[in-house]
Design a protein around this ligand. Structure first.
Ligand code: NAD
Length: 474
């Protein structure tokens, strides 16, 4: 008898041999992956002439195939993503792919409004934009490509991707997977297309092509600003620096575990992950002790200063009289806590998944979006001070914030003050994207442009159809 595990292994190795060789290179021409952006645009436009006539049932069949293949190849993509980007954690990335497959909304998200009255019937329908140009990050590369594809195809659009150059192999793999799913459901080849070697030039070509009617940026401030100044309809999903606050009513043991679970998930790559912690003085020691029991390594102040030099770099000031600014050392983003600790001569086992340190509010680990499993903890005198600091540390990104508390007034006060798109109470940050929590998922959280937790309807335009003096049947 072959057990389920063995079957899974065989399936995995067959799929893997079909698609990539041992070095992760594609073994055959990937579908939807082109040498130039011009070719990708032409192919996507050609596919769209067919796809634009697809009804919701046909689109949903395609989406079901994408969900199926994403589940089947989740682990392969997780491994390839870590290899390609040298960031993150294979197990967590596998979970992220399953989350995308299960909880990204499909065509059920599209709703028609019907208004009937004395003068007839008016319909407002959610219609496709046409071809959407999407820029995707290195932090969640294939998850973003697949999640965007499901949502955008559900909305009836074609999609061009210009992925992050440091995640080009895994992003191409995801585009190929989506196309394989489309073909399996009888849809047109290349309705999702990309380039093998994305560059700023290919990005500019995509952004400026007249057939591209909508732009979506998932990434840092540079790319969001660039797309929002393009003159086209654009959705911007930008950077965050999510603070987590702990007050003295919280279940401290649970808070400690939840915070380390969230902060260390995929080595802190998710933009929603806890990036700094403000804890009320009376419960700070208990919180830190419980974090240590849950895989956190506590640095002393000298080790903390050493770690700054290891994981950050000095940016020379524009004005020579100013002091240099600190920025992240990109080589340290998404690395294991163990690897980061070894840079300052501390050797630990695999059980250590997060680094914690006590700092002042002004410390660069509080102020900077590190995207590393490092959590700076600041003791505060009371809840008001925690909220004040959290709001400042979030830098007006209006992205994500988290709280551990049983005090409903505190929940309300913090939520009103920080105005973030996502606000999670009493759970790890990933509850905000539906992981072990209610609600759909997305990997494009559009704070700056206000679509929030994007879903198919975010990628549609409203069209009104008016019938005068008829079909109002009452
Ligand atoms: P990044 O900003 O470095 O890159 C994103 C993409 O934009 C890449 O494809 C990159 O090549 C391209 N790009 C960057 N600047 C550009 C410009 N001026 N013109 C054209 N293209 C440009 O992002 P990253 O390092 O891969 O991802 C991390 C950042 O993205 C973090 O700040 C994180 O918070 C944010 N992020 C946000 C969300 C969200 O949903 N809000 C999701 C994931 C990541």
């Amino acid at each position: 008898m072959i057990d389920e595990q063995q079957i899974n292994k065989i399936v995995e190795s067959v799929i893997s041999e079909m698609n990539i060789d041992a070095s992760g290179k594609p073994k055959r021409k990937q579908i939807g992956v082109f040498e130039t952006m011009e070719e990708a645009i032409a192919a996507c436009n050609k596919a769209y002439t067919v796809f634009r006539h697809y009804n919701k049932e046909q689109r949903e069949n395609i989406i079901n195939q994408i969900r199926k293949l994403t589940h089947e190849e989740a682990e392969i993509m997780a491994k390839l993503a870590v290899e390609d980007t040298e960031m993150g954690n294979v197990y967590h990335k596998t979970l992220k792919h399953h989350l995308v497959a299960d909880k990204t909304l499909g065509t059920s998200d599209l709703e028609t409004r019907a208004l009937s009255g004395d003068r007839g019937l008016t319909l407002v329908e959610m219609a496709p934009y046409g071809i959407i140009g999407a820029i995707t990050p290195s932090t969640n590369p294939s998850c973003t490509v697949i999640c965007n594809s499901i949502c955008m195809l559900a909305g009836g659009n074609g999609v061009l991707f210009n992925p992050h150059p440091h995640a080009k192999r895994i992003s191409a793999y995801a585009v190929d997977l989506v196309n394989r799913a489309v073909l399996a459901a009888g849809g047109p080849e290349n309705i999702v297309a990309t380039v093998a070697n994305p560059t700023m030039e290919s990005s500019n070509k995509m952004v400026n092509d007249p057939s591209v009617r909508m732009l979506v940026a998932t990434g840092g401030p540079g790319v969001v600003k660039m797309l929002l100044s393009s003159g086209k309809k654009a959705i911007g999903a930008g950077a965050g620096n999510p603070p987590v606050v702990v007050d003295d009513t919280a279940d401290i043991k649970k808070a400690a575990k939840d915070i380390i679970d969230g902060c260390s998930f995929d080595n802190n790559l998710p933009c929603i992950a806890e990036k700094e912690c403000f804890v009320v003085r009376g419960v700070a020691d208990e919180l830190i002790t419980n974090m240590q029991k849950n895989g956190a390594y506590l640095l002393n102040s000298r080790q903390t200063e050493l770690l700054i030099d290891a994981v950050m770099v000095d940016i020379p000031p524009k004005n020579p009289s100013d002091s240099p600014k600190k920025a992240i050392n990109k080589k340290c983003v998404g690395r294991d806590a163990k690897v980061l600790l070894s840079k300052i001569g501390i050797e630990v086992g695999d059980d250590i998944r997060c680094i914690i340190c006590e700092t002042e509010f002004s410390h660069p680990f509080v102020q900077t979006e590190l995207m590393m499993p490092i959590l700076a903890i600041v003791r505060v005198n009371d809840f008001d001070e925690a909220v004040e600091m959290a709001v400042k540390a979030e830098h007006g990104n209006r992205h994500s914030a988290h709280l551990h508390s049983k005090n409903v007034d505190h929940m309300t006060q913090y939520a009103r003050a920080i105005c973030t798109t996502i606000f999670v109470k009493n759970a790890p940050s990933y509850a905000g994207i539906g992981f072990n929590a209610e609600g759909w998922t997305t990997f494009t959280i559009a704070g700056p442009t206000g679509e929030g937790i994007t879903s198919p309807r975010s990628f549609t335009r409203q069209r009104r159809c008016v019938l005068s003096d008829a079909l109002n049947i009452v």
